[in-house]
Unconditional design. Structure first.
Length: 279
């Protein structure tokens, strides 16, 4: 009796294996491993592992740093090791690599620089802070404004990036970053309303630039060519250099408005400041 049971069990196992084999084999009878439809991981035996780099806490190197090290007879291996550890805030474009080669940098170092260069900048995190300073005392901050517009124009190759703020809309609204700052002195209590806007804005061409900040009564200014002579004369110009790559890409515009002594719905632009941080 036990012999019959064992035979039946063995037959069932053989049948199950045959059924599994039939199910896993395509009707065409072609081995999927042979056709590359399925990858057998044992074929990866002995494959090269990705290279890992120990990164330094030092600031990234610059193209001038690489030129100086090469000119000072540092070995290729030493410079490459530094690039691996510190990376490079470098322009790795063809023209930039040619410039480095003409300065005496070896091709092996250029290959390492191209591999370890930081990602190129394609945008700037732009923050705009608007401070509205009231008259002080018991006088409330006005939430009204005559039609007055604040403009920021940043050149980008053949185009200009134009940013505009409608003061009437801003003062009348409530915003996610909208706070009151105490700016009191010993004689006169004073409140400042601070409204902040921020966004990641495209900026694709590198090098020296000049940002233009001004106010206007006109909402239809689409570029610096639209400014009147009076608006251009009153505008503030801020020079900065946009690097091809950097640890961070951040610019901020600060504008201080003061309420008119006689007309509460009139605001005067007292001063502005524009600055950028890259490292």
């Amino acid at each position: 009796m036990k012999k019959h049971i064992a035979t039946a069990t063995l037959a069932a196992l053989i049948g199950a294996q045959a059924l599994t084999a039939q199910q896993s084999t395509p009707a065409s009878g072609v081995d999927p491993l042979g056709r590359g439809q399925i990858i057998n991981i044992v074929d990866w035996d002995g494959g090269a592992l990705p290279k890992r780099y120990e990164r330094s806490q030092q600031l990234p190197m610059r193209p001038d740093d690489v030129k100086k090290l090469s000119a000072s007879q540092f070995s290729e291996g030493a410079i490459i090791k530094m690039l691996e550890e510190r990376r490079c805030a470098c322009d790795a474009s063809v023209d930039a690599l040619i410039d480095l080669k003409e300065a005496g940098v070896s091709e092996a170092v250029l290959q390492a620089l191209s591999l370890h260069a930081l990602s190129p900048n394609r945008s700037v995190q732009l923050t705009i802070h608007l401070d509205f300073e009231g008259l002080g005392g018991n006088k409330p901050l006005s939430t009204q404004a005559r039609q007055r517009y604040l403009y920021l124009i940043v050149p980008d190759d053949q185009r200009e990036r134009v940013f505009v703020g409608n003061l009437q809309q801003i003062l009348a609204g409530r915003w996610q970053r909208d706070e009151r700052v105490d700016n009191s002195d010993l004689l006169l209590p004073k409140q400042v309303r601070r409204v902040t806007f921020a966004a990641d804005v495209p900026l694709k061409t590198y090098g020296p630039k000049k940002a233009l900040v001004f106010t206007s009564t006109r909402p239809n200014i689409y570029g610096s060519a639209d400014l009147t002579a009076r608006e251009r004369e009153a505008a503030s110009e801020y020079a900065f250099t946009y690097p091809s790559s950097s640890l961070q890409s951040y610019c901020a515009l600060q504008a201080l408005y003061q309420q008119d002594q006689m007309l509460s719905d009139k605001w005067h632009l007292k001063r502005t400041n524009f600055q950028c941080e890259w490292d």
